[in-house]
Design a protein around this ligand. Structure first.
Ligand code: UDP
Length: 153
């Protein structure tokens, strides 16, 4: 499986509820490598760029209010098949329908206030990485764990 990078946001509820450490821990425990990380406040302009496909939907005004309401943690993780691996770890959009063991299934009860964003395809990942990070903010480094975590197929 080829190495992929994917964009993750720990949304304002994850920051407010002090769940960032737990969620980052899950990603690290899985073997994903953090190659960029920062905290920021999403502006209305950034929200519209990120959620371009949703801007015209009825839930967008509420989504905009939520995602711009406080700081988020934005990061890029890297690993084999990282895009789908992270999507599976997140659970379904609606926390109430997410299986226990997933991030949304373990920590949330809302469809909107659902803790985490992860890119839904390699193409979205490239687009979203470019929205949130400048190339010089993305680090390239070897991890001594890689041969144990990512070895084989
Ligand atoms: N969302 C919402 N109402 C909906 C669907 C989605 O408020 O009916 C919000 C929710 O925060 C979700 C985000 O919009 O995470 C983006 O929606 P998408 O369908 O892309 O879900 P995701 O990929 O985050 O699971």
């Amino acid at each position: 499986m080829s190495l992929q990078q994917t964009l993750i946001l720990l949304k304002p509820d994850a920051v407010q509820r002090r769940l960032c450490g737990k969620i980052l821990g899950r990603l690290e425990d899985r073997g994903l490598k953090i190659v960029a990380l920062k905290m920021l406040k999403v502006t209305k302009e950034l929200a519209a760029q990120h959620y371009a496909e949703h801007v015209k939907k009825p839930f967008y005004p509420q989504l905009e209010e939520f995602i711009t309401s406080g700081p988020v943690v934005s990061l890029i993780v890297e690993g084999p098949g990282a895009v789908q691996v992270v999507r599976d770890m997140m659970g379904k959009t609606n926390c109430r329908e997410s299986a226990p063991g997933t991030i949304r299934g373990d920590y949330g009860l809302s469809r909107q206030v659902n803790l985490i964003h992860g890119s839904d395809s390699p193409e979205s990942a490239q687009k979203e990485i470019a929205i949130y990070f400048r190339p010089e903010e993305i680090l390239s480094y070897d991890s001594t764990l890689a041969e144990w975590v990512c070895a084989g197929d």
